[in-house]
Design a protein around this ligand. Structure first.
Ligand code: ABU
Length: 455
């Protein structure tokens, strides 16, 4: 193992050096992938030297997500204390279903979940768990909503036409989860959004009333705290009033921006979060832990047991079920994804998490101001969002993003809102500085200036 760890250190040192010189890995076109890196598997073992050199090649040619040139998705950067926690979780290889198999690691997850519930303002009756990503925590919410509506559903299957409500700008996991849960994709109602991208509450209420008249069963509303494109927050307080009135489970999908709960300045964006039935957020997004670390918390922990607990005499062989986390999780075998969040939180404190969140909004302000002060740009997104959406010189966004990628300059994506397609710059890497954001625009402008023939 020590020898292998020294290979790990050697490769990682080289990667860290390389990231400084080449913040974007050279683009490997799909049709050249297998010629560029030897990924083949063969019958016989290979030498240590060949093994190491292949691994290095693989690592150095993979997209770099921790540098100041990665803005493509809703994560980025590298937090050393969180990486340490994740590496230790791999080394320990505990499985989180029982206290017997994970011991103090169970305490780590429980402390993280309890602290999140405390930050929300919930008491002892709340609880939560960790799952491999926002799609999965949203799925857990839908299953709990289904079972809360009809406690026979987990035993007999869906008996009624249950209906799910979500906005047109919500995450794509909602229809997938409706299919997985047996509720069905056709039973998802997509409610339109206003000019800022927030779900229309009047249309929502009207749709619920129409469904009730048809004898359908309104079951869950999926609210969004940070839509994937514009980074907009639905109005939780208004939605909670509607959900209470019609007995609809309210889930807040905060995968992208739910971490604003840690910020005194920005938690107003999810005012009323204590009123929801369930809330999920990804620490691997705004908090900056390595992938993946998605948390779901519920106001009433009974729902977790009702939907996810199952006896298994070969597994649960000790008492104290509160510490046998398999009773409340989606998976059976499950790594400790809470440890990376805990190591970070332990080292920087809640104040440190607040700084991480606030920095992203500061960087977004830098980007928005740059755009507003330069007439070559058009801005499409709004204040209090870490998604900065824009076009440059009316050049199609897709064309700019694709050429920047293929020429190994920057990784950034594009999105749409209404009839507009634009570049989406996500300032989620709190390790970036103001200069990195200005640098992003300079790289983009220079690339277009010196490659006019491509545009
Ligand atoms: N849930 C991941 C969303 C990815 C993206 O919008 O970039």
């Amino acid at each position: 193992m020590n020898n292998t760890l020294s290979i790990f250190n050697e490769i990682v040192s080289e990667l860290l050096q390389d990231e400084k010189i080449n913040p974007v890995s050279k683009h490997v076109p799909v049709d050249e992938l297998y010629e560029t890196i030897d990924l083949s598997l063969q019958e016989k073992p290979i030498s240590e030297t060949e093994f190491k050199s292949t691994l290095k090649s693989l690592v150095l040619k993979s997209p770099k997500t921790a540098t100041n040139a990665f803005f493509n998705q809703l994560f980025g950067g590298r937090n050393d204390k969180a990486v340490l926690g994740d590496l230790l979780s791999v080394m320990l290889n505990n499985s989180m279903y029982t206290y017997k198999a994970a011991g103090p690691q169970i305490g780590v997850e429980k402390v993280v979940i309890d602290k999140v519930c405390e930050v929300i303002g919930w008491g002892q009756n709340s609880n939560g768990t960790v799952a491999p990503g926002g799609s999965m925590t949203n799925f857990m919410a839908m299953l709990m909503a289904r079972d809360a509506k009809n406690s026979r559903a987990p035993f007999e299957g869906i008996q009624h036409n249950m209906i799910i409500y979500t906005s047109t700008d919500s995450h794509y996991s909602v229809p997938k989860n409706a299919a997985f849960s047996g509720i069905g994709r056709n039973n998802v109602r997509y409610i339109s959004v206003d000019s800022y991208g927030k779900i229309n509450t009047e249309e929502l209420e009207k749709t619920i009333q129409e469904d009730i008249k048809k004898g359908l069963v309104p079951t869950m509303l999926n609210a969004t705290a940070g839509t994937t494109v514009l980074g907009v927050f639905d109005d939780i307080i208004a939605l909670s009033t509607i959900c209470e009135k019609y007995n609809v489970w309210l889930h807040a999908d905060g995968a992208y921006c739910g971490s604003v709960i840690f910020s005194t300045n920005y938690k107003f964006l999810i005012n009323g979060i204590e009123k929801v039935d369930s809330f999920s957020f990804n620490a691997h997004k705004m908090i900056g832990t390595p992938l993946s670390c998605s948390l779901i918390v519920v106001k009433d922990k009974e729902h977790l047991y009702n939907s996810f607990s199952n006896d298994a005499s070969y597994l649960y062989q000790t008492d104290h079920d509160e510490f046998n986390l398999g009773k409340t999780s989606l998976q059976c075998g499950r790594r400790n994804d809470a440890l990376k969040f805990w190591t970070l939180w332990k080292s920087v404190g809640t104040e440190g998490l607040e700084k991480i969140v606030d920095k992203q909004f500061e960087l977004a302000d830098v980007a928005r101001n740059y755009i507003k002060n330069n007439s070559d740009y058009t801005l499409y997104s709004f204040e209090n969002s870490i998604s900065v959406c824009f076009n440059y010189k009316d050049i199609p966004a897709k064309k700019i993003c694709t050429l920047l990628y293929e020429n190994s300059k920057l990784l950034v994506g594009y999105g749409t809102f209404g009839d507009n397609e634009f570049i989406r710059l996500v300032t989620i890497n709190a390790q970036n500085k103001k200069e990195d954001i200005i640098g992003f625009f300079k790289v983009l402008e220079d690339f277009i200036e010196y490659n006019k023939e491509l545009f």
